[in-house]
Structures are given as C-alpha cells and as structure tokens.
Design a protein around this ligand. Sequence first.
Ligand code: CAO
Length: 424
Amino acid sequence: MAEQQVLVPDIGGFKDVAVIEVMVKAGDIVAAEDTLVTLETDKAAMDVPSPFAGTVKEVKVKVGDKVGEGKLILVMETSGAAAAVTAPAAVLAAPVAPAPVAAKPAAAPVAIATVQPAASSGGKGHASPAIRRFARELGVDIAQVKGSGEKNRVTKEDVQNFVKQSLAQPRGAAGGGALPGLLPWPDVDFAKFGEVETKPLSRIKKISGANLHRNWVMIPHVTQFEEADISEMEAFRKQLNDEHAKAGIKITPLAFLLKAAAATLKHFPDFAASLDASGENLIVKKYIHIGVAVDTPDGLMVPVIRDVDQKGIVQLAKELGEISAKARDKKLTAADMQGGCFTISSLGGIGGTSFTPIINAPEVAILGVSRSSMKPVYQDGEFVARLMLPLSLSYDHRVIDGAAGARFTTYLAHVLSDMRRLAL
Ligand code: CAO
C-alpha cells in the first residue's frame, strides 16, 4: 500500500475557486474517475475526478475553501507507489450563473450572488455534474429537487430524499406515479374543517391500488353494456340449487357466468389474449383460466379458477365457494392469483345497474356483472316480464375493436339466455 496525494488539476488559470461540495470522506473507497470534490467559479461548476482507485485517508479541503491548481485535495491509500498526482482534468458542468435578467447588463460584475438558486421558479436545478449524473441514474428530474446546499445547491442527500419522498407519497399525489404535467395532488389540512381520523390503507389496498392505477392510465378502456335474458337460466339454477343443497353447494349466477364466459372466450380467443411486453405481439392462450374479483374486508383479491371450459357448473360453484372463502380467510397464495386470461367482477349480490370495471393487466378484457331484475321486454308483439342481467364488458381498445366488443357481449348474452349453446 502507498499513500498518494491528489492535487487540483488545471482549472483554466482560476486561482481562488470555491470548493462547494466534498463528495468523499476518510475511509471511503473510490474508483478511478469517481468525483472527489466540486469546485465553482463564477461561471461554472466543475467536478474533480479521482485519478485512481483507492481508499481516502484524509481529506484536506472543506466546503467554502478557496483553491487553485496544485492545491492538495486529499491523501489516498492505493496499491501503487507513493506520489503526488494531479487529478484528471475537471469535468465542466453547465454554466451556473447565466446573466440573471436583461436589466442587468453583461458588463455588470458577475458575482456569486447572481448564481440562481436550484429549482427556483422551476428553472434548471443547480447541481454538480456528479449529482446530475446520480439524479439521472435514478430517473430524477433535477429541476424538481430543492437544494439544501450552499446557495441552494442540490446535494446527493437532496436527490436521495426526493426519491424517498416520492416513494412514500400516496398514489395519485404529485410525483407518486403521477403523469408529467398534472397538477400536484391537493394537500389539504382537513382538520381545519372538522374532526378527522387518519387510517392507513391496508397492504392489499396499496398493492391492488397501484395495479389499478397503472391499468387505468395505461390501457385505453372502452366499456360495452349488454343485458342478458336469464329467465330460463334462473329457473335451472334454482332447480340445481335444490338438488345440491344437501351437499352444501350454493350455485349462484356467477357459476353460470363463468361457464358462459369460457364458451364465449373460446369463440373470441383474442379476449383471452395478452399483449407482450413490447406491445407488438398478441399472445393467444390455449387455456381458459378466469379470475374472479372477491371483495374481502381488507380489499379486492382476484383468485383464478383454472380450465373453466373443462368444468361443469356444479364443480365451478364448488370452487367459487372455496376460493372466496380462502380469499376472505387470507389464505390465498400468489399461485392462486396467477395465470388468468380474463376476469369477472360480480357486484350482482350487492346491487347496481352497471359499472365500468378496470382491466386486470396484462389481460385485455374484464366482465362486470350487476344485479338482475325483472323488466318488460317486447317479444312477439307484446311486453313480457323477463329476468334481465346487466353486463359491462371493459376491453383494451389497442387489442379489441368496438365491433368485436359488441359481438362478444351479444354472443355472451345469447349463451346465457339459452344454456343449450354451452353444449356447442
Ligand atoms: N343478480 C341477482 N342476484 C345475484 C347476482 C346477480 N347478478 N349475483 C349473485 N346474486 C345473489 C346470489 O344468488 C346470492 O343470493 P342468495 O343469498 O339469495 O342465495 C346473493 O346474491 C349473494 O351472492 P354472493 O355474493 O354470495 O355470491 P356470488 O357467487 O354472486 O359472488 C363473490 C361471489 C366472491 C364474487 C362475491 O361475494 C364478491 O366478493 N363480489 C364482489 C366483487 C367485487 O368487489 N368486484 C368489484 C371489483 S372492482 O372494484
């Protein structure tokens, strides 16, 4: 091991240049070209890179010092022979002190005081090249970072804190995944208007919320509405329910919907497909696994029922009962929720006439089901009372055209109104 001194390189003849940032401390291990200090003249900031790799033994300058070429910056321990080495040429940053305003002519002495504070008035962040590089690597727009360093310079800690704060912000808040150009999320002190209580979101809500948000902003959704006449299906369901009551199996309309959706997906395979990560290919699946949205006290879960096309209605009803119980008892595994081609979200047990479900990416369609009700339907020259089931199909318009969407719901409604079609 040898001790090596690192000296200020040629900085263009400037003599009293301020040290505005010291990036290393004793004990730090640095690689060749890592920034050691940042110097600032009245025109520019410069990073001084390390001439070699080693361990910092002693730093000989501090923020605020004035230095010139040849001044000792620090002592390093390296594996090479002892010597005093001049750091490689300093790396020039963007000018930090543009002429402030036209009212101040260029002839006016350019003083340090004219350096613009970082990110003030949304201008360019005032930071050294190393910090700019660091911010770039983290995907941070330096102009958004408020500087806490000398003359409001953005420091490494400022960038780190900016990232931490962005991650901690609630979804929808400014910076928390918000689209560029959107107004910041309103920051309201609700307690000013009355009593309030702060309740953290559940873990499931946080996870599903982040997914829903991404899907909502990234997928061009269209929702197609339809009504299916389920009068005959309902009579059959009641009959089946009576037959299986003793076995403890409850057959709700959802079991029929699963079966009918599987038949419809077989007919329209693109609705069970996914775009690949490049967005240029459609992956068509030869299996039919369908996710079912289950409402639990902690939030929404979507377990997947496999090979729906190969199972009978009673079997599907049984599995539905099992997975919804598992979801509510928090016993679902990650594998239980993977592999879906399509999702059904049924609010029929609760109420409502229609809604616009959000697609569960990377799926391309989701079926929302609302509560059935008796309605007058005009048939053969007269109004007759029929049990009508509202369907709301949201689809990804990048993959599915409007005509295909309407064909899908029409076909599904036909299958539900005449269960014999399931045999086709
Ligand atoms: N029309 C009329 N009645 C319906 C119906 C419909 N479309 N769907 C269900 N029902 C009836 C059932 O037959 C049952 O009646 P009985 O109590 O008289 O037997 C009752 O409503 C309750 O059904 P259920 O909700 O227990 O069962 P299900 O199979 O319909 O649904 C499950 C199961 C797990 C999907 C459901 O409980 C659930 O969690 N739904 C919410 C899903 C959700 O939150 N989606 C929103 C996602 S987007 O935020």
